[in-house]
Each structure stands twice: as structure tokens, then as C-alpha cells.
Write a protein that binds this ligand. Sequence first.
Ligand code: SP5
Ligand code: ZN
Length: 345
Amino acid sequence: MALILSSSERFAEHQTPPGHPDCPERAEVMDRIAGEWRRQGGEVVAPPMATAEQLARVHDAAYLQRIDQTAGRALVLEPDTYASAETHEIARLAAGAAVDAVGRAMSGGHQRVLALVRPPGHHAEQARAMGFCVYNNVAVAAAHARTAGAARVAIVDFDVHHGNGTQHAFETRRDVLYVSAHQFPYYPGTGAADEIGRGAGEGFTVNLPIAVGAVDADYQLVFSDVIVPILRQFKPDLLLVSAGFDAHERDPLGGMRLTAEGFAAMTMELRIVAEECCAGRIAAVTEGGYDLLALTESLRAVVSVLAADRAESARWPSSPLVSPTRGRAAAAAAQAALGRFWKLS
Ligand code: SP5
Ligand code: ZN
């Protein structure tokens, strides 16, 4: 089979205070998904910890030291983000899973990989924990991919929140394309359509700020009108996915109304692009997703799309009685900001 899952029971060892959305039970959901995949005959691998050298491609040395010094202690890194005694290792394991996923995707054989990790990564900045994130797992993975033979790397982020840390890591570069569809205005505040990258990276940051309440059809529209056309023109050598599930209708943080079938359809669109552009090389890494049932069903749907022998055309659910006005507005804003860099209908 051409899908590998990366998973570890140790992800439950990153502890957060009672009631925190990124609870250890999320790791139990991930373990259950991995167990189901194993029982279907699928391969599940244990991730390695990221090395200091790998992390240092994104994070500064003093910050790495600061996280290492949390060993054995519990403290608040910032008002949303906590370190427990083991967090220094578990955060390295999350980043290591993303790096290892890239290695496996790049080496052929099993070209599709899903890394089931916590803590999430996309809010983490060069020198700062933020929004439940300690290390920027996907940014570290993209930087690794550039050293492992990928000249161009695309990151697609469908977490309900904008990935400020990932955008900032690559916004001056044209070798790593960052594309995010997110609720806007919303936490963390970044991700307006006019944030398109800077200097040599102008045009290689793509933001789709979507109004609260969006349904599957809104995401379908931004994928078909903006995300897929830009990916096809960029022609990545590897497609990385920041796979957050907090745009699900049941999620307690997000205000969107995506269904598990919507996450499956987005994943299929991305799989099809990867097969067209880069021999199917796709590595997805989990981000948010705080309703345990929604997370379970969405992960199952994504696994089933990535596991299928052939990529069929994406099956978007119909969203009855709702016209995709929010998706249309987001696509129009992105087209206005990026039309001089990409051919968009
Ligand atoms: C990975 C992910 O989904 N992270 C979500 C983080 C959402 N945080 C919401 C925080 C709300 C405002 N907190 C004020 C603390 C000031 N730093
Ligand atoms: Zn999120």
C-alpha cells in the first residue's frame, strides 16, 4: 500500500491543564486511527525525534535551549501554550515525525504519509511558542525537504486558524509556497489576502481569508478557483499538508461548518495535484482539531482517501440551500491580490 501512518503513544505525554483544547485524549484518537490502519494491513511507523540541526533550520538556538530547559518541569510558555515535564521530547517527536514523513515521501516506495502528532506546529515562530504550538513541525519538514532533493515545496494549510509561523518562516522565499485557507478575521489575526510574501517571495504566500460560517461548498470553491490552479502552476516536488480539523462543524474553537466528507474532498484534490506534479509525493501532518468525534471521523475520512489505490475525482458533499458566498469572496480577494503572479480565471 502506498500510505504510511506515523504515530506514537508518547504524544499523550505532552500534558496541558484540564479543559485545554489540545488535550492528551487527542493522542488517543490518533492511536485509535493508527490501530485501525494496522488492522487493515497498513504500515504504521514510530517517529524519531527531530535533531537540533533540523530544528535550527526554522528556530533560533536560544529558543531551542529554552525549550530543552523545560525538561522535568511544568510551565507556561505563553498564555495558550504549556510545557509539561516531557514536552521538550514530545515536541521534538512531533517535528521528527514531520521530517521523517518527508524522508519517506521523497524516497519513493510509500509516497503518501500521514503523521499523527501533537503538539501542533503552525503557530510556532522562530523564537516563540504560540497557539498550543512549540516547534513548527511542518516548517521544519519543508526546510528538511529542501535539503533532501525537493527544489520546490508547497505547503497547504487547511487548519481553521492562519499558520502565522509557517508563513513567516518562508515569506521572503519563492522555493517554498505557503497556501492557507482559514477563518478570518480570527485568531491569530494574520492571513489577510494582501499578505502575499515579500521581496523574492512576493506571490509565493497565498491567503484565503474566509468569513465565519463557511460550508464544504465554500472550501470547494476556493480549492477549484485558487488553490489547485496555483499548485499546478507552481509544480511542487513535494506537497506538504498542515492538516488541522478545527474547521469541522462540531469543533469548539472554529466557527466553520466543514464535514468529514469535506476534509476527504480537500485531501483528494491535493492528492490529485501531487500525482500530476510530483509522482504523488504528499506528506500530511496534523495541526488542530479539538472535538474528539469530529477528529476521529475526519482522520478516518482522510486515511481512506490517502489509502485508496487510485485517485478518483474528489467527491465534495453538496451543501443544500447554502450558496458559497464566503468562498467566492475569499477567492475574489486572493485573485485581486495575486492575479499578477498566477493565472486565475
Ligand atoms: C493549532 C491550533 O489550532 N491552535 C489554536 C490556537 C487558538 N488559540 C485561541 C486563543 C484565544 C486568545 N488567547 C489569548 C492569549 C494571548 N496569547
Ligand atoms: Zn487551529
